[in-house]
Design a protein around this ligand. Structure first.
Ligand code: ADP
Length: 992
C-alpha cells in the first residue's frame, strides 16, 4: 500500500498515528537528577516503514467472495470504533445489509493490520521505558521487575539443587542434578503435595511450615545424604524484590490469601520454616518467577537464551537488560534479567483501539475486569472465551447455528484450549469443530463448522501476532540498548499454545521478523522451564557468589578504609616535617624543596615576559603579555633533535638560545630585554629563584656536562656565546609551581599546585619560619614537595599490594617514586593489568583463557580506565575497548573489569587526597586558623580526563580535612603561563 493512504487508514482505524510517532521517536538519553542511569527512548524500533500495508500472509482467508484481504487494504465505512460505541445488545440487532456481512466484520475486528501492530510495538516500548524509569516505575503497567539474576549459565554449573515451586493448589518439590560433564544428562526427581484449602487461606506461618514439611518429606523420600543443599524458590506472586534472596510479597493472588505474609520477605519466611524442621543444611538462595526459569533452562543447551517467552494460560516475557538502564537497581554494570510482567500492558487503555467487543465481554466476565488486558488477548485461558463471544454474537445475528438453541454458549469455559488447537490445526479441523460443537449440544451445519474454524484461527492468529509484537519490542530494545546494528538472540519459549500449535509458532516467528527486522531471534522450545530453570538460577547464583567472594578477596588489599587514609595522611605530615627540617631533610622521602618563589600573583602584575618550557613532550618558547585586561600568550613549539638531547650540554643550550632568538625575531621582540621565566621539569636542587642545579636527566635527555650544574647559568653562558645579550632569566621553576602560579593569577586563594599526569607532585606556600632549609623567617615560600617519592623510605610499605610490587619491579627506578606508582597515569594501567592477569589465572575472568596480549607491559593504558569507567558505558563499548587487547569479555567479565578499574582509580584518588589533606591541615595549623579556605591549581591528564578521579579526590579530602574548604581550579598552560607569572611576581617584588 502506498504511504499516501496512511492518513485515510488512520482515520478508518481511528489510529491517532501515535504508535508510528512513538516508534519513530529519536533516541534521547535522559539523565535524571540524583540518578545517573539513563532511560532510552526507541529509535528505528519499528523497522522499515515499507512493510506497512503488506498483506499479512498468515491471516485466515474466508471462503469465496468473502475472501478476507488484509484489513489494511480496506477503506470500509465500518470501523471498530463503531462496535465499541455500541453495546453488544445493539449489535445483536445489527442488520446484515451493510457492505460487510457479520462474519467478515467479526473477522476484520479480530484482524490487526501490520501498521497497527507496528504502532502497538511502539506503545509497548514506551510502556517498557516507563517501567524501567525510577520516576514512573510504580505507575507503570508493564512493571519491568528486576530479578537480580545477573547472568545466564556458562556451562560450568554443576551439583545437586533443590527447588520448591508454589503452584496454584499444590507445592512441587524437585531435586535436580546438574552433571559435571556436559555430555551427561540432567537428572531430576520431583513430588507434588496438595495444599489443603484451609492452609491456603490460613496463616502465613502455617503455609510456610507446610512447605517446609514437604521439603523434609521429599528429602527423606529420595534418601539424600547430602550435607548441604541450595534451594531455589519459585514464587509466582507479585513481589518487591531487592536481592536474589530477598522479596517482599506485595499481594497474594489466585486462591491464596494467607495472613501475615504481605509486606514480608518470603525467602526469610521459608528459611525460618525450613530451619524449624531442623533442615539446617538447606539454604534458600534464590527466589524467582516461572518465566525466568524458562530462560535459564534453555540456556543450558548451547548458546545462552537471553529472552524467555511464556504463552500458556497467561503470558509473560523476561530478558537480559543492560543493568545501567534499569533505574530501580543500584548496579550499573553488566546485565540483569528483567521480568516484564507484560500481561498488564494496556491496563491504562493504550490498547483500546484494538480491543473488540468480544474482548470487552471476556474482560467483564473475568475475575479482574480492566486488568491484564494484553494477557486477555494472548493467554490460552482467554482465547476460548473470546471465541465463545464471537459465536454468541454471530448466532444472534443469525449467521450461525440457525434454528438451534445457543444458550449453552453462555457457559464460561465452553471451549477448551485443546479443542481450539485441534480445530485450527488438523486437516480435519471442521470435523473437530463439529465434534466440539456437538459435544456442547449444538447442531452445526457444515458452514457453521467452517466458520467456527475460521473464528478459532483468527483469534489464535491475533494472539500470536500480538505476542510477536511484544517480543519484537523487547528485541528492538535490546538491540538498541546494546548499541548494536543487528541482534542475534535465542529466545526460550514455553507454554502449551506455543508447543502444540504450529500456526501460533509460525505467526510468532514471521511477525517478529517483520516487526524487528534488525533482530534475528532463534526460538528455542523449553522443556520443564520452571523446575530445572530454578535449579539453574540457583546454580548460577552460587557460581557468581563464589566468584564474587574470590574477586573481593583479591581486591581487598586495594580497598582503603578511612583509618588507612588517616594513617597515610599522618605519615605524609610526618615526612613533610622531616623534609622541612634542616637536620632531617636528608632522611625524608618527601624532599620539600624550597623554590624561592615568595609570593603568588596578586593581580597587579603587568608587562611582557618570555617563558621557556623544557621537559614536557616539546620545547616551547612563549611571550606572555600580562595586563589589567588579562593574559595574552603567543608561543611556538621547537623540536629538539635526539642528537642534541643526547649530545653535549653546550650544543643543547646553544640550540635553546637559537630557538629563543628565532622566536623573538618572529615576534619582533629582538630589541627588548624581557624578563624570562624558565620551566625546567627535571629534578633540580634549587639554590635561588634563578639558580637550579640539575640532579639528573630524565625523559630521554642525556646532554653531557649538565648534571651538577646550574641550568640558568648554562643558559646564560649559551646566550653569551650566541651574543644574545637581551636575555634576563629571573626565575626557574618546575611545572607544579607553574600550575599554582597560573591558577593563582585567576584566584588569589590558590596557594597549592597539584599535578596528576604521567607522574604526580604537589607544591604549596609554606611559612618561612617552618622552612629550616632556607635562611629567614619572614613571609612564605613555595615548597616543591616532590611527593612522588613519598614512601621511598619504606613508610608506606603496608599499603603496597602484591600487584604494586609487580609493577614496581618492571620499572626503571625500582623502589623509587613509590607514592607516584600508586597514583599516576604512568602506572594505573599497569596495576590494572597485573590484577587482570591474576584474575585470569584464578579462572575468574575470561573463563580462565590465556590472554597473551595482556602479558605485554604497558598494553593496558591508563586512558582505558577512563573509558571503562565512563558512566553508562554499554557492554558493547566495553567489549570494543577490550577487543583491542584481544580480550573477549562476557557480560560478567565486563562487571569484573570495571570493578578492577574502579578500585585502582579510587585508591589513587584517595591516596592523593590523603596527601593533600596533610598539606591543607598543615597550612591551616601553621597559620593558626580554625578554618582554612584554599584553592588548589591542578594539571595533568589523569585528573582532567578520568571520569571520577577528581570527584573521589575531593570527597575524600572533605572527609579527611573537615576544617578546610578546598576549591580546585584547573590550570591552563601552567608550564608556560605559570613560568611567566613567576617572573612577573619576582619583578613585582623587585620593584621599589
Ligand atoms: P605530563 O604529566 O607528562 O605532562 P599529561 O598530564 O598529559 O602529561 O599526562 C599524561 C598521562 O596521562 C599519561 O601517563 C597517560 O597514561 C595519562 N592519560 C592519557 N589520557 C588519559 C585519559 N583519557 N584518562 C586518564 N589518563 C590518561
Amino acid at each position: 500500500m502506498a504511504l499516501s493512504r496512511l492518513p485515510l487508514l488512520r482515520r478508518v482505524l481511528h489510529l491517532p498515528g501515535q504508535g508510528r510517532d512513538q516508534s519513530r521517536a529519536s533516541c534521547r538519553w535522559r539523565a535524571e537528577a540524583g540518578r545517573e542511569k539513563r532511560v532510552m527512548a526507541p529509535e528505528h524500533v519499528s523497522g522499515p516503514f515499507a512493510i506497512v500495508g503488506r498483506r499479512y500472509p498468515l491471516y485466515p482467508r474466508l471462503p469465496g467472495r468473502d475472501s478476507c484481504d488484509h484489513a489494511v487494504e480496506t477503506t470500509a465505512p465500518w470501523s471498530r470504533d463503531a462496535e465499541r460505541r455500541f453495546p453488544v445488545s445493539h449489535q445483536l440487532g445489527y442488520q446484515s445489509d451493510g457492505p460487510y456481512k457479520p462474519v467478515k466484520r467479526a473477522m476484520l475486528a479480530l484482524t490487526i493490520p501490520l501498521e497497527t501492530l507496528q504502532a502497538v510495538k511502539g506503545r509497548m516500548l514506551q510502556a517498557m521505558l516507563k517501567g524501567l524509569s525510577h520516576q514512573t516505575h510504580e505507575q507503570a503497567n508493564v512493571r519491568m521487575l528486576p530479578t537480580y539474576i545477573r547472568s545466564t549459565p556458562d556451562g560450568t554449573e554443576k551439583g545437586d539443587f533443590l527447588v520448591v515451586e508454589l503452584c496454584q493448589s499444590h507445592v512441587r518439590t524437585l531435586w535436580v542434578n546438574l552433571p559435571d560433564n556436559g555430555n551427561q544428562s540432567i537428572q531430576e526427581m520431583y513430588r507434588t503435595f496438595n495444599i489443603p484449602e484451609d492452609i491456603m487461606k490460613g496463616t502465613g506461618e502455617a503455609l510456610f511450615d507446610f512447605i517446609a514439611v514437604c521439603v523434609q518429606q521429599f528429602l527423606s523420600g529420595i534418601g539424600s545424604a547430602q550435607s548441604s543443599f541450595s534451594l531455589g524458590f519459585i514464587f509466582p506472586f507479585r513481589c518487591r524484590q531487592t536481592r536474589l534472596d530477598k522479596a517482599e510479597l506485595i499481594s497474594w493472588a489466585k486462591e491464596y490469601s494467607c495472613s501475615d505474609v504481605e509486606g514480608k520477605d518470603v525467602v526469610q519466611l521459608l528459611q525460618t520454616a525450613i530451619n524449624k524442621q531442623e533442615l539446617y543444611h538447606v539454604n534458600v538462595i534464590a527466589l524467582m518467577n516461572d518465566t525466568v526459569g524458562t530462560m535459564m533452562t534453555c540456556s543450558l543447551e548451547g548458546k545462552p537464551c537471553e529472552v524467555a517467552l511464556v504463552v500458556d494460560k497467561g503470558t509473560n516475557c523476561c530478558f537480559m537488560a543492560e543493568a545501567r538502564l534499569v533505574e530501580m537497581v543500584e548496579e550499573t554494570s553488566g546485565q540483569m534479567c528483567i521480568n516484564t510482567e507484560w500481561g498488564c500492558f494496556g491496563d491504562d487503555g493504550i490498547l483500546n483501539d484494538i480491543l473488540t467487543p468480544y474482548d470487552e465481554n471476556v474482560d467483564q466476565e473475568s475475575s479482574n475486569p480492566g486488568e491484564k488486558r494484553f494477557e486477555k488477548m494472548v493467554g490460552g485461558l482467554y482465547l476460548g472465551e473470546i471465541i465463545r463471544h464471537v459465536l454468541i454474537s454471530l448466532a444472534a445475528e443469525k449467521e450461525l447455528f440457525i434454528g438451534s438453541s445457543v444458550v449453552v454458549l453462555r457457559t464460561k469455559g465452553a471451549f477448551k484450549m485443546q479443542q481450539i488447537m485441534e480445530i485450527i490445526e488438523s486437516e480435519q479441523g471442521t470435523a473437530e469443530a463439529k465434534k466440539a460443537l456437538e459435544a456442547l449440544g449444538l447442531h452445526p451445519s457444515k458452514q457453521d463448522c467452517y466458520r467456527v474454524q475460521q473464528v478459532c484461527r483468527v483469534v489464535v492468529s491475533r494472539a500470536a501476532a500480538l505476542c510477536a509484537t511484544g517480543l519484537s519490542a523487547i528485541l528492538s530494545y535490546m538491540c538498541q540498548s546494546r548499541m548494536l546494528e543487528q541482534l542475534a538472540v535465542s529466545v526460550a519459549v514455553d507454554g502449551e499454545l506455543y508447543h502444540h500449535c504450529s500456526r501460533f509458532k509460525e505467526i510468532l516467528q514471521n511477525v517478529t521478523e517483520l516487526l524487528a527486522p534488525e533482530c534475528r531471534a532463534t526460538l528455542v522450545p523449553s522443556v520443564d522451564g520452571n523446575g530445572r530453570g530454578a535449579a539453574i538460577v540457583t546454580a548460577v547464583s552460587l557460581r557468581l557468589m563464589a566468584q564474587r567472594q574470590e574477586v573481593n578477596q583479591l581486591l581487598a588489599p586495594l580497598r582503603l578504609s578511612h583509618a588507612d587514609l588517616e594513617r597515610v595522611q599522618a605519615l605524609m605530615r610526618q615526612e613533610m616535617e622531616l623534609g622541612l627540617g634542616q637536620e632531617t631533610s636528608a632522611t625524608a622521602s618527601v624532599r620539600m624543596l624550597p623554590t624561592y618563589v615568595r609570593g603568588t600573583p596578586n593581580g597587579t602584575e603587568q608587562g611582557e615576559f618570555l617563558a621557556l618550557d623544557l621537559g614536557g613532550t616539546n620545547f616551547r618558547v612563549l611571550v606572555v603579555h600580562v595586563s589589567e585586561d588579562g593574559i595574552r600568550i603567543a608561543n611556538q613549539i621547537y623540536v629538539i633533535p635526539a642528537a642534541i638531547m643526547q649530545g653535549t650540554g653546550e650544543a643543547l643550550f646553544d640550540h635553546i638560545i637559537e630557538c629563543i632568538m628565532d622566536f623573538q625575531q618572529k615576534q619582533g621582540l629582538m630589541e627588548q630585554v624581557l624578563p624570562l621565566g624558565f620551566t625546567f621539569s627535571f629534578p633540580c636542587q634549587q639554590m635561588g629563584l634563578d639558580k637550579a642545579v640539575l640532579l639528573n636527566w630524565t625523559k630521554g635527555f642525556s646532554a653531557s656536562g649538565c648534571v651538577g650544574q646550574d641550568v640558568v647559568q648554562l643558559l646564560r653562558e649559551a646566550a653569551q656565546r650566541k651574543q644574545h645579550l637581551g636575555l634576563e632569566v629571573v626565575a626557574v621553576v618546575n611545572d607544579t609551581v607553574g600550575t599554582m602560579m597560573s591558577c593563582g593569577y585567576d584566584d588569589p586563594k590558590c596557594e597549592i599546585g597539584l599535578i596528576v599526569g604521567t607522574g604526580t607532585n604537589a607544591c604549596y606556600m609554606e611559612e618561612m619560619c617552618n622552612v629550616g632549609t632556607v635562611e629567614g623567617d619572614q613571609g612564605r615560600m613555595c615548597i616543591n614537595m616532590e611527593w612522588g617519592a613519598f614512601g621511598d623510605n619504606g613508610c608506606l610499605d603496608d599499603f603496597f599490594t602484591h600487584f604494586d610490587q609487580l609493577v614496581d619491579e618492571k620499572t626503571i627506578n625500582v623502589g623509587k617514586q613509590r607514592f607516584e606508582k600508586l597514583i599516576s597515569g604512568m602506572y594505573l594501567g599497569e596495576i590494572v593489568r597485573q590484577i587482570l592477569l591474576a584474575l585470569v589465572e584464578k579462572q575468574l575472568l575470561f573463563r580462565g583463557k590465556p590472554c597473551p596480549k595482556l602479558q605485554t607491559k604497558d598494553i593496558f593504558q591508563t586512558k582505558f580506565l577512563s573509558a571503562i569507567e565512563t558512566e553508562g558505558l554499554a557492554l558493547k563499548q566495553l567489549q570494543t575497548i577490550l577487543q583491542e587487547l584481544e580480550l573477549e569479555a562476557s557480560s560478567e567479565d565486563s562487571v569484573v573489569v570495571q570493578e578492577v578499574c574502579q578500585t585502582v582509580s579510587l585508591r589513587a584518588a584517595q591516596l592523593c587526597a590523603a596527601g593533600l589533606a596533610a598539606v591543607v591541615e598543615k597550612m591551616r595549623e601553621s597559620r593558626g586558623l580554625s578554618h582554612l579556605a584554599v584553592t588548589v591549581g591542578v594539571d595533568g591528564t589523569l585528573y582532567k580526563m578520568h571520569p571520577h578521579f577528581s570527584q573521589h579526590l575531593q570527597e575524600t579530602l572533605r572527609d579527611l580535612a573537615p576544617n578546610c574548604t578546598v576549591t580546585f581550579l584547573l590550570s591552563e598552560d601552567g608550564s608556560g603561563k605559570g613560568a611567566a607569572l613567576v617572573a612577573a611576581v619576582a619583578c613585582r617584588g623587585a620593584e621599589p
